[in-house]
Design a protein around this ligand. Structure first.
Ligand SMILES: Nc1ncnc2c1ncn2[C@@H]1O[C@H](COP(=O)(O)OP(=O)(O)OP(=O)(O)O)[C@@H](O)[C@H]1O
Length: 613
């Protein structure tokens, strides 16, 4: 009989009480606990990069015929066929192919087909590697391994610990979560650095993500904003760089050992600075060698970093466009590169960097490197992708368009500084800053129209507490970590709920609470307001009346007890107020793809120019 049956369930995981004592786990989403298995199942279908399915030699002929059907489906739909998946599904409906099924079954099947086709399309294998037919099937080897006492933990205890920390995993031979940095075998200076930063215990994504990445396994990490993902991918890179440098010192023309790709310059700089501080700490101890990092983003010249380039460098933090440019110019190569991390990978693809990322992949030569971006990947999920942090109080207010700027001043009184104000367009950002300056508020602003120097000045002075308010477009919403932001004000509701989650996620970080105020009015799109309503419900926040009056198409998915299965939402964009089949973002992407195909056809078609063999 298991101990679970004989004594009351313990809140604390069973590993080592010294290590976990006092650990306060993340506030759970109630449903997740109850539905852990069903979520795991859904995770497999989520819109994340999935490895190419390996052919199964044991497959029987039935399966083969299924595969044929799937292949046929692939040929029939998608951009290459010129028929969208949505149109294809509509056509299927028209032909009554799904006639015998219940409404729910039909919807599930349609969603599944859509997701599977998308996952196939999303593989990030480099074109040239595919052409060469190179296949990598084994994960990278590192010398790191969990301490013997963790390796010896029985499977049931490991699973129970994951459950208690709300960690969901998927994949083969996954290392156990480890609840203490010390037990992860980091060098003493790294532990000191973490302690100085107030980072005493790993967050759940770090407990599980670090052992996975340190073991050299490919990983897809999903966790909500502000939960410490940066450390989860920076520390393994640092350790790999250290291992390689200790084996053989890097010289001019060598490196990087690993790359972190970021969707914005600001995020890249923040991650780069973190790596530099960690390396400095190691070197200053006198026990470890110098590890060099290079920042490769638009707006800064490589000349400035000639010291690093002249000596070879271990770690590279870059934005995709600039990295591709540097590779083309042969400023460095990826011959020694073993580690690639894409921070906010889905964002990067959304922002149109997919082609750049594919090109970057084609510069990898190391045999052990992934052919399709991921080999036997481990999925680590802590919190629904796209869920808001439970440490944020979300206030949504109906404010007329023309009243917003004046009302901002009242809003600023709600908390002490620092305050971050988001607006969708650059002109609004400029107007708000100007207005606040006139009213004597110390405000700085950033948006894509500002020079790199202006952007850096704004971020630096705000981060150092010299300015009370930062006004920004979404440029500052992704991953930027400002200490202690008290209040985020959304001057407008962003077009997508994902952006809303990123924006408000600038507060309520590292276990602290924060406030987010959002102005809504008739100009906000109905779709995003519905998503917002469901997000507020999920996070147990007050739902303003205005939102409850909007006709809600998800009512049809409501169960007998009145509740909605909020753990599902849209599997494409994460919005809870609609399903994937009605996803506006997917529709937008489909249009963009069709437009780009037409453009492609018109630039290549009919020219009779011959092939470039
Ligand atoms: N284990 C920890 N304990 C306490 N604070 C931590 C811990 N790990 C990271 N932090 C701090 O929490 C803050 C947020 O971390 P980070 O920026 O990595 O979050 P994130 O998950 O990447 O968020 P986002 O999704 O917004 O990018 C940082 O200031 C970081 O120093």
């Amino acid at each position: 009989m298991s101990s679970r049956n004989t004594k009351p369930r313990e809140d604390k995981p069973k590993i080592n009480d010294d290590e976990v004592d006092g650990y306060v786990p993340y506030v759970p989403l109630k449903k997740r606990k109850q539905k852990i298995e069903s979520i795991q199942e859904k995770l497999k279908n989520k819109r994340i990069y999935q490895p190419k399915e390996q052919p199964d030699p044991d497959k029987n002929s039935d399966n083969e015929s299924n595969e044929d059907e799937e292949d046929d489906m692939q040929k029939l739909v998608g951009p290459q066929a010129g028929i969208s998946l949505i149109d294809h599904t509509t056509e299927l409906k028209r032909k009554h192919i799904l006639k015998e099924k219940t409404e729910d079954e039909k919807r599930e099947e349609e969603e599944k087909a859509l997701l599977e086709a998308m996952a196939r399309k999303k593989q990030l294998a480099s074109a040239s590697e595919i052409a060469k037919g190179v296949e990598y099937t084994e994960p990278m080897k590192t010398t790191w391994r969990p301490l013997p006492r963790y390796r010896a933990l029985p499977k049931e205890i490991v699973e129970e610990n994951r459950l208690n920390w709300h960690i969901i995993v998927d994949g083969q031979n996954i290392p156990p979560p480890i609840p203490a940095f010390k037990s992860m075998r980091f060098p003493e200076p790294v532990l000191e650095y973490l302690e100085e930063k107030g980072i005493v215990r790993p967050t759940p994504i770090q407990m599980q993500g670090l052992p996975v990445a340190l073991s050299g396994r490919d990983m897809i990490g999903i966790a909500f904003t502000g939960s410490g993902k940066t450390m989860a991918f920076s520390l393994p890179l640092l350790m790999l760089a250290l291992e390689e440098e200790c084996k053989m010192s890097l010289v001019k023309g060598e490196g990087p050992i690993g790359i972190i790709l970021c969707p914005s310059r600001e995020l890249a700089r923040q991650t780069y600075e973190g790596l530099c501080s960690l390396s400095k700490k190691l070197e200053e101890s006198g026990k470890y060698p110098e590890l060099r990092s290079l920042l490769c983003i638009g707006g800064i010249s490589m000349q400035e970093q000639s010291y690093v380039l002249d000596r070879g460098f271990h770690m590279l933090v870059a934005t995709p466009g600039r990295l591709q440019d540097m590779l083309q110019k042969k400023k460095f190569n990826l011959d020694l590169t073993k580690y690639l991390c894409m921070d906010e990978a889905d964002r990067m693809i959304d922002m149109g960097f997919e082609e750049d990322v594919r090109n970057i992949m084609s510069y990898f030569k190391i045999q052990d490197f992934a052919q399709s971006a991921l080999v036997k990947p481990v999925i680590v999920n802590v919190g629904r992708a796209g869920a808001a942090s439970m440490d944020i109080v979300q206030s949504v207010e109906f404010v007329k368009q023309e009243m917003r700027i004046v009302y901002l001043l009242d809003c600023l009184q709600k908390t002490a500084p620092p305050v971050l104000i988001f607006a969708e367009n650059k002109n609004d950002v400029d107007d708000i800053q100007e207005y606040l300056l006139l009213k004597g508020v110390e405000a700085v602003a950033i948006h894509g129209g500002k020079t790199q120097d202006e952007r850096e000045y704004a971020i630096k002075s705000y981060r150092e507490g010299k300015k009370d308010v930062l006004v920004a477009t979404d440029i500052a919403s992704k991953g930027l970590d400002f200490p202690q932001i008290q209040h985020v004000i959304n001057f407008d509701m962003p077009k997508e709920i994902e952006d809303y989650v990123h924006r408000i996620g600038r507060t309520g970080r590292s276990g602290k609470t924060g406030l987010a105020t959002t102005f809504i009015n008739q100009s906000s799109s109905t779709q995003v307001l519905l998503d917002l309503k469901h997000l507020l419900m999920e996070a147990k926040q007050v739902v303003p009346k205005y939102l409850t009056f909007i006709p809600d198409p998800t009512d049809k998915y409501r169960k007998a007890d009145g509740s909605i299965d909020t753990s599902i939402g849209c599997a494409f964009c994460g919005g809870l107020g609609h399903r994937i089949l009605d996803c506006p973002k997917l529709e937008q992407q489909r249009r963009a793809e069709m437009a780009s195909m037409r453009q492609h056809e018109s630039s290549f078609g009919g020219g009779g120019g011959g092939n470039d063999y």
